[in-house]
Structure formats: structure tokens, C-alpha cells
Design a protein around this ligand. Structure first.
Ligand SMILES: Nc1ncnc2c1ncn2[C@@H]1O[C@H](COP(=O)(O)OP(=O)(O)OP(=O)(O)O)[C@@H](O)[C@H]1O
Ligand SMILES: [Mg+2]
Length: 461
């Protein structure tokens, strides 16, 4: 598709000559005879010229005033001005307004052509850069958190609110693979610190000494092997965000140092006497129950309360299975792209297997399972034999089930699963007799029948 060139020229003959000249050189030319007409093309008809070639003085005004007024309303274009009597003052102003170049009338067509070609290249490069930056920002926009369930909509709303307040610290908790890392990035990139760095560290990945020197930095000679001065992560995150992943794994002694840094907003590099002021926002993530760790004496209570100024619990995937409808096609499309496959159909049976599974590894597990299926697909059908999803049976090992039911409270069953499981068990024991089952469950036959239907269970009519 040819690129668009807008020519603003009031001399009719020159205008149509220029238009013909550039059409021959594969430009899609629009000709405006004055600024009003140019504005109509740009604003009402939304033409998006790569280059604008404009006369300087037009019957209804000066083209520089026009450029200044219209620039914020239009996409990025390069502007070239042709003028019979170019003045220095005009050219200085044109440069300040970001014009590409000037050319004096009458202009040599080949020179003008080179100029317009150059302006086109420059505008194209600018647009590419703009697209890249937009892509980076939108990668971690709120929309990156996929899912339309009520739970996820609420979560998105909370993230939006939190990103808009200047919090000093926040704890994100949730099971593994629920999206804590993704949410930390969204909070940073949609918040007021988005232009400053986001520095991430996994507290479980490093031994205590190394984690300390990474966080606080060191001076040359602070310990064996410290050859050069090293700026720590706190300093690197200055004015931005420090993301402490798996904070629950941090050594108690190091927690003390962290607390001091967070409270004083000052740190000292290892081996240094001088304190450095730091301005960082802390996001900590954990898949452990921190409060329980506090009770067990494995996490400092004061640090917990200092970091827990705000907290966000990310629900597990089994609490928001409705999101599967958006997540599954998304991950299949991603995997298609990566492996040059074209999986487009998901059978009813595959959907049921996906929906009935409890996803202990959450969204990460879902993405991995779908990637495996796409890789092993032969055609457009998602191969359900490669889903390999089996919920572990409830653990009933150490229980005599004669007059009760054992229910694992390890998160493997949702409330609904528990209800369904209890009803199923009682029906098994009453030989599917609803009256007897209702008595055992202390409910009415009607209520039980309704639930039997809801969970698609079997009972005697
Ligand atoms: N709602 C979501 N929409 C789209 N992608 C998601 C969503 N939640 C998580 N993901 C993706 O799933 C993967 C796992 O998420 P992430 O690494 O953020 O989980 P986590 O909670 O930090 O896990 P861990 O506790 O193991 O570190 C990532 O690739 C992430 O981009
Ligand atoms: Mg993570």
C-alpha cells in the first residue's frame, strides 16, 4: 500500500504538478488548497499522512501556526515546508516544532524528491519506535490479566485502585502459578513509578550471604571476592519498585536488615560506613501462609506488619474456573504461534476434562499442559489424550469411614467439590436411596434431589 503524502499548496497549477509528480513515485497524494481544507482531511476524514509537504504562507494563515495547533491531534508525520521567502525566525520555530526540513521555492524536483523520501524514512522509523514502546507498556497493562470471572474482575479492579495510590509496600499472596509475578509487573507498569526501574529478585533462589550482598551492594574488599564496588538492588530500584519474590523464604536474620532498610529508607552497602537514602516501593510475593510463619516464629511479625500495609490475595484457578474460557484459547494461540501449529478445535470432552480438573499448579500448569497438547497435535484438534489430567482421589487412608467422611482440607477440593463428594458418598452408602440419604444429611428430599440434579449424580427415582 502506498504511503500517504499530504500537499498543502494554494497555487493551483503548482499543487497539481506536485501531486502528479509524487503520484508517479508511488505516493498516495492528497492535495489541500488551504489550511481549512487540510484540517478537514486530517481531522474529519482522518487521513494519516506519513509526510506533509506544505507551503509556508497560505490564504487562511501561517503553516507553522497550523502545525503547532494540529500536532497534538494527529499521528506522527514528518513535515517539510516549502517557502518563497524563508526567514531565519521561521526556520528556528519550525525546528522547535519538530519539522523535518525546509526547501526554498522554486525547488528542484529531484532535490524535493530526495527530501520527501528522507522524511518518509524518518517518519516510518518513528512510527516503528512508537509501536514498540506501546507494545511494552501494553504488555503489562491491566488487560494482560486475562479472565472474565467475577473473581478476576474484582481482582483487576483492586489492582487498578492500588496502582493509583503511592503505597510503600504490598504483599501479594497466592498459590504457585496464580499470576503473582504478572500482577507485580502490572502494578509497577500501570503505577506512577512506571518510568523508573522495576527490579526483581527471588529470595528463595540465593543463599543468605549472596542475597544480602545483592540487595544491599558492597564496597570493594568488603569480603573475599568483592573486587569492585557493587550497587545493590535497593539502589538500582531507586525511585522505582523492588519486587521481592518468595519473601517467605528469607532468612530471619536478613529479615531484620530488610525491616531496618524499609523503615529508615536508608541502606548501607556491605563494608561501607555511609548510609544512602533510597526511595523504593516494595512489592513482596509469597505462596506460603505468612501469618502462619509468623506464628511459628519463622517470619518476623514486625516485618510482616510493615510490608502488609496493603495486601492482595490472588485466588487459585479452581476458584475462577470461568476464566478457562478466555485462558484456554489464549494459551493455545500462543503455543500455535511458537510451534507453527494450527490447533483450533477443542472437543466437548476436552473442555470437560479441563473444567473438572482442579489445577493445583494453576495458570502456569494450564499453560504448560496446553503447550504440550499443541506440540503433539497432528491437526486442528486439541489432542485430549495428551491432557492427562487426573484429580488425586481424596486421601482417605487413615480413617474408618463407617460413620463419617474424611475430607482433605489441603485445598485440593473446592467447597462445591466437597458438597458433591459428600452427597455422592452418602448415596453410595444408602444404595442411592434419597430418603435415607436426606435423613443422614439432615435435609429434605427436595433439597437433596435438587443437588443430585445439579451435580449430575445418580439416585433411585
Ligand atoms: N490472569 C492471567 N492471564 C494471563 N496470563 C496469566 C494470568 N495469570 C498468570 N498468567 C501467566 O501464567 C504464568 C505464571 O504466572 P506467574 O509467574 O505470575 O505466577 P506466580 O504466582 O508468580 O507463581 P510462583 O508462585 O510459582 O512464582 C506466567 O506466564 C503468567 O504470565
Ligand atoms: Mg512468581
Amino acid at each position: 500500500m502506498p504511503d500517504t503524502l499530504l500537499i498543502i499548496e494554494d497555487e493551483a497549477l503548482l499543487g497539481s504538478e506536485l501531486a502528479r509528480f509524487f503520484r508517479k513515485r508511488n505516493w498516495d497524494v492528497t492535495l489541500a488548497r488551504d489550511l481549512k481544507e487540510a484540517e478537514q482531511y486530517l481531522c474529519q476524514q482522518s487521513i494519516d499522512p506519513l509526510v506533509v509537504l506544505s507551503d509556508m504562507n497560505l490564504p487562511d494563515g501561517n503553516a507553522l501556526d497550523f502545525l503547532e495547533a494540529i500536532k497534538p491531534k494527529i499521528g506522527s508525520s514528518e513535515w517539510v515546508f516549502a517557502t518563497g521567502y524563508g526567514s531565519v525566525a521561521d526556520s528556528v520555530r519550525a525546528v522547535r516544532l519538530g519539522a523535518y526540513d525546509f526547501i526554498e521555492k522554486p525547488c528542484d524536483p529531484e532535490r524535493l524528491n530526495l527530501l520527501i523520501e528522507g522524511a518518509g524514512r524518518s517518519a516510518r522509523a518513528q512510527r516503528r519506535l512508537q509501536q514498540q514502546t506501546e507494545a511494552e507498556n501494553s504488555r503489562y497493562s491491566l488487560d494482560a490479566l486475562i479472565g472474565n470471572s467475577l473473581v478476576t474482575n474484582n481482582l483487576r479492579q483492586m489492582i487498578k485502585q492500588m496502582a493509583n495510590v503511592p503505597f510503600s509496600s504490598l504483599i501479594i499472596s497466592g498459590e504457585t502459578g496464580t499470576g503473582k509475578g504478572l500482577i507485580a509487573r502490572i502494578l509497577h507498569y500501570t503505577g506512577s513509578r512506571a518510568q523508573a526501574p522495576l527490579i526483581e529478585i527471588n529470595c528463595a533462589a540465593l543463599p543468605r550471604e549472596l542475597l544480602e550482598s545483592e540487595l544491599f551492594g558492597y564496597e570493594a574488599g568488603a569480603f573475599t571476592g568483592a573486587k569492585k564496588r557493587h550497587r545493590g538492588l535497593f539502589e538500582q530500584a531507586h525511585t522505582g519498585t523492588l519486587f521481592l519474590d518468595e519473601i517467605g523464604e528469607m532468612d530471619l536474620d536478613l529479615q531484620t536488615k530488610l525491616l531496618k532498610a524499609v523503615e529508615d529508607l536508608r541502606i548501607r552497602r556491605l563494608g561501607s560506613e555511609t548510609e544512602i537514602a533510597i526511595d523504593v516501593q516494595i512489592i513482596a510475593a509469597t505462596n506460603l501462609d505468612l501469618l502462619q510463619k509468623v506464628e511459628q516464629g519463622q517470619f518476623r511479625s514486625d516485618l510482616y506488619h510493615r510490608l502488609n500495609v496493603m495486601s492482595l490475595r490472588v485466588p487459585s484457578l479452581k476458584e475462577r474456573k470461568q476464566d478457562l474460557e478466555q485462558l484456554v484459547p489464549l494459551f493455545i494461540a500462543d503455543s500455535n504461534r511458537k510451534s507453527a501449529k494450527n490447533v483450533r478445535h477443542i472437543s466437548q470432552q476436552a473442555w470437560e476434562m479441563i473444567k473438572n480438573y482442579n489445577w493445583p499448579g494453576n495458570i502456569r500448569e494450564l499453560s504448560n499442559v496446553l503447550e504440550r497438547c499443541v506440540l503433539l497435535a497432528h491437526d486442528e484438534q486439541l489432542p485430549e489424550q495428551w491432557l492427562q489430567l487426573n484429580n488425586p482421589p481424596p486421601n482417605t487412608n487413615h480413617f474408618n469411614p463407617n460413620n463419617g467422611i474424611f475430607l482433605p482440607l489441603d485445598g485440593s477440593l473446592s467447597l462445591q467439590d466437597i458438597e458433591k463428594y459428600v452427597i455422592q458418598e452418602v448415596l453410595n452408602r444408602t444404595d442411592e436411596n434419597v430418603t435415607a440419604a436426606a435423613r443422614m444429611l439432615g435435609t429434605t428430599r427436595e433439597t437433596l434431589r435438587y443437588r443430585v440434579q445439579k451435580y449430575n449424580l445418580r439416585c433411585k427415582p
